[in-house]
Write a new protein. Sequence first.
Length: 246
Amino acid sequence: MSPLLLANRNAAALWTALAQARGNELVQRPGFVGVRGSERGGTRILLLGPDPDEGDLAALTELVRSRRDGKVVVEDQFGAVDMGDLGLTPRRLPVMIRDTAPPGSAGGTSPSSSAMEVVRADSPDLLETVERVVAHGFPLSGFLPWHPGEVFPRTMLERRDVEFFLITRDGVPAGACMVILDSAVGGVYWVTTLPEHRSRGVGRALMHAVLERLSGLPVTLTAATAGKPLYDSLGFDVITQATWWS
């Protein structure tokens, strides 16, 4: 399977897992997966290939038009659609992948400060901390003010394909991320450092720990502008420029 299809399949698994955990309506069609979320969460649509058929396009258009409060994101990694006629505007974000690498091979230098510790958030208390860090630090503005369990419900701890990671600095939560696992690729989402801990190596330390966890798998992510230099240094390559319509 091509790197782009690996990344796309992982993103589809992410939105499927979130929809199921949050109790959202999940729309699954050959050409896209859609999530009709809460008023705060909005509607999310991910294209699954470069050639959606007429039925897919009609269903996608209806989903966009029926969005709650105008909150919608259509993620198109293939350049398959133009949402301008529906009142949406585009932005471009690079989809990146890091080829399979053995343990300990993450690029760059891992911060060695004993003041930082990365743990897997596998308990309700730790998951709530991860959720708070991501909601405020990323930020997830639609979910602010933050209500525990709305972004990452506790039932996500029961899933074998989802993991959460928390990094502390001097014993204080400093950053977090979410990982989607499948047999072919690992996906990293919402890599977050809280503002007061930025430029201290927190993001690099977190990514080193996650890459160690995912050793033996290719790893994919979508990079924000601020994070791309870190991912470049860790051996990630751009495979496409996705268009996000909102």
